[in-house]
Design a protein around this ligand. Structure first.
Ligand SMILES: *Cc1c(COP(=O)(O)O)cnc(C)c1O
Length: 299
């Protein structure tokens, strides 16, 4: 894809001096710098899917997401670059005057939106339901919600190329777990991977991740820092984000990366990490999501 160059991502040391007694260092991999909306992990999960669609002669990409979905917008923007058409199947029925900033941007990137009820959306991975959807869109290549398929995981494995063996712990936010799985499969066993799940009672995702991880390698998921659930926030989280920006000059998104960093900082004084730990936190992007709370942010 022409506009995305891997070199735009880089590793940035995090500054706060108070980290130091607890660990040797904490760095951040700035995948958010790849592109304003096809950012972070999303384009890794999309690229093999899009290349496959092109190779097989499809002219339309169809995928799924909620009204604030980073995946939906990343797909709209990436598909535009590929000169294909895109259809977004949206969870929930919204009148035109109540579209989220994310959905409006999907439309301006040429995505055709189809709204379905939450009950209907829950069937989206069901074969018969998908068959009916394909009857309506016979030329569409379907990518599951969040790019959560084998091609998505394969693409996510490429993120490992940025990660040197010096790091002992890799921290990443988890949604579908696709990026986490790709990374766990690609990185060597001596690097431990910690996933931060922003959903309430998010441990269920462990059962979905487990069978897709190859071989025995250390990994752990945390669901303590959900702040009320997926997409929820409170004053404490926003103050944390604003402060993190002042200290490190890095904007975090409130859905995923802020909750991950909050969790990492909480684990430090608990001595979760050994003092010689070299930690790499992955900034998976998603900053467009902050549009819905823009007036509360200092960046
Ligand atoms: C989508 C997204 C995730 C979750 O990725 P999965 O591969 O679905 O686990 C994490 N962080 C950000 C910023 C995202 O947009």
């Amino acid at each position: 894809m022409a506009t995305i160059k891997k070199e735009q991502a880089f590793i940035q040391p995090l500054n706060p001096i108070w980290y130091l007694p607890y660990v040797e260092k904490i760095d951040m991999l700035r995948l958010d710098m790849l592109h304003p909306v096809i950012s972070g992990n999303k384009w890794f999960k999309l690229k093999h899917n899009l290349n496959d669609a092109l190779a097989k002669g499809f002219d339309t990409i169809l995928t799924f997401g909620g009204a604030y979905s980073n995946h939906l917008l990343a797909t709209a923007a990436a598909v535009k670059e590929y000169d294909l058409k895109s259809i977004g199947v949206v969870r929930g029925i919204y009148p035109e005057e109540e579209l989220s900033p994310t959905l409006l941007e999907c439309i301006s990137n040429g995505m055709q939106l189809e709204f379905i009820s939450r009950e209907e959306y829950a069937k989206k991975d069901n074969d018969d339901w998908l068959k009916k959807l394909l009857d309506r869109h016979p030329r569409a290549y379907i990518i599951p919600e969040g790019g959560a398929n084998e091609k998505g995981r394969e693409g996510a494995e490429e993120i490992a190329e940025f990660i040197s063996p010096e790091y002992t712990h890799i921290c990443i936010a988890v949604g579908t777990g696709t990026t986490f799985i790709g990374l766990r499969n690609a990185l060597p066993a001596q690097q431990e991977i910690l996933g931060f799940v922003p959903m309430k009672q998010g441990q269920y995702i462990e059962d979905e991740i487990m069978p897709l991880i190859k071989g025995y390698k250390p990994w752990e998921l945390f669901d303590n820092w959900h702040f009320g659930g997926f997409g929820k926030w409170n004053e404490k989280l926003l103050a944390f984000m604003n402060n993190f920006y002042v200290l490190n000059n890095i904007p975090l998104d409130f859905v995923y990366t802020a909750k991950m960093m909050y969790g990492v900082e909480d684990l430090l004084p608990q001595h979760f990490f050994p003092p010689n730990a070299k930690i790499l936190c992955i900034h998976t992007g998603g900053l467009q999501g902050n549009n819905s709370i823009q007036e509360l942010m200092e960046y």
